[in-house]
Design a protein around this ligand. Structure first.
Ligand SMILES: *Cc1c(COP(=O)(O)O)cnc(C)c1O
Length: 381
């Protein structure tokens, strides 16, 4: 029987705690809620509360802070994507709500740009919707979208990433223009667009009917996310939730995407903190810690460690590590794998399509930037 000693809670189970030099990563746990969030979550345990009412009040509070008509806390941004598709398909028709994910007789096609397919678009299909691509691998035009609209189209989905805009994609502005002439709703995945602050809600203010936010990026428990949008669509999304399943006795697809009251309060507290945080200080700190890593990697032949200066989105600052294997005798994969074998293991990565290791400090506890920099530097001795 494990006693679960808090000082070695993972080791006692035989699980290995790691140093996270990647950033917010679901695979490693996503976030470490700061004190304000933890205190609020613990206070939530002081009583039970009707979850439907808590969801409504939390949504109003967040809508107010983010300057959108309506908001809803979901089980991650992934669940926000699933619930919004269910809402678009079933509306407020209880029989359709209970029929999904069987879409017989229900319009279920969501248009998505071929160039903007992405890892999380699978979440849009879970409730029974079908993704239909428009455009090609080349430049996407407004007429590509116009041509793709058909009798079963229920929405156009747009994945927004302001830190790396793809000029060959149809922009959100262009998407909104075509969609509004066709009277089609637009859903936006802006999960990572948590800075500048105005981006949290901006796409809804621009005319989208929905945007999701991943609160793992702002220090909420990673099991939470936000759906922001029009009053009408968010009210329909709420009908799909676990709270509605229990509260209204209408069995929607959202039942397994449950949240605890502590988590809902945690998401509220994290949003509140994020909107009152000194972001210059946050960014200065990320820059400073990134530079500490860089300073530990200076002067090693074949090793180029430079500062990533981006502050937009969730990956503020960071280190771009490029290693010339012809000079050093070791390549990026070797470095990533060796660091994982270290004690404690250090997780880093080369992102798909990139040719460098990118390090971020979001998941590093105080002082771990030194451990990371030294461990990498030691690989070249
Ligand atoms: C992380 C992420 C998601 C999924 O969010 P969860 O809260 O982990 O479900 C969706 N879209 C984008 C762009 C993300 O970065």
């Amino acid at each position: 029987m494990v006693s679960l000693d808090p000082s070695g809670i993972y080791e006692e189970l035989g699980a290995s705690p790691v140093i996270n030099a990647i950033g917010s990563l679901t695979l490693l746990g996503g976030s470490t809620p700061p004190t304000e969030v933890k205190v609020a979550m613990e206070a939530a345990e002081s009583a039970y509360v009707p979850m439907t009412e808590l969801q409504e009040r939390a949504g109003e509070y967040i809508a107010n802070l983010t300057n959108v008509p309506a908001a809803y806390v979901t089980s991650g941004a992934g669940s926000a994507l699933t619930l919004v598709t269910a809402a678009l398909m079933a509306g407020d028709d209880d029989s359709k709500i209970q029929q999904l994910p069987d879409t017989t007789g229900i319009k279920n096609e969501i248009l998505i740009q071929r160039r903007r397919r992405y890892w999380y678009d699978r979440c849009l299909e879970l409730a029974g919707a079908k993704l239909v691509e428009f455009g090609s691998d080349g430049k996407t035009t407004p007429s590509d979208l116009e041509r793709a609209i058909g009798p079963n189209t229920i929405a156009v989905h747009c994945f927004v990433q302001e830190e790396s805009v793809d000029e060959y994609s149809l922009s959100l502005e262009q998407t909104l223009k075509v969609a509004s002439s066709a009277r089609l709703p637009v859903t936006v995945d802006a999960a990572g667009q948590i800075y500048p602050l105005e981006n949290i809600g901006k796409y809804v203010r621009m005319g989208a009917d929905f945007q999701c936010v991943a609160t793992k990026y702002i220090g909420a428990p990673q099991s939470t996310g936000l759906a922001l949008g029009s009053k009408d669509l968010i009210a329909k999304l709420a009908l799909q939730s676990f709270a509605s399943y229990e509260g209204r006795k209408v069995r929607g697809v959202g039942r397994p995407q449950k949240l605890d009251r502590q988590e809902i309060i945690g998401a509220v507290a994290a949003v509140k903190r994020w909107f009152s945080l000194n972001h210059e200080e946050r960014l200065d700190n990320a820059e400073l810690r990134s530079k500490i890593i860089i300073s530990l990697l200076q002067g090693i032949p074949g090793v180029d460690a430079s500062l990533i200066t981006n502050v937009v989105g969730h990956n503020a600052f960071g280190v771009k590590l490029k290693v010339d294997s012809a000079v050093t005798g070791i390549n990026h994969d070797y470095i990533v794998n060796s660091l994982k074998q270290a004690n404690p293991p250090i997780w880093t990565r080369v992102r798909e399509g990139e040719e460098f290791i990118d390090l971020h400090v979001y998941g590093l506890a105080e002082g771990q930037e030194v451990i990371v920099g030294e461990a990498i530097s030691n690989l070249f001795i």
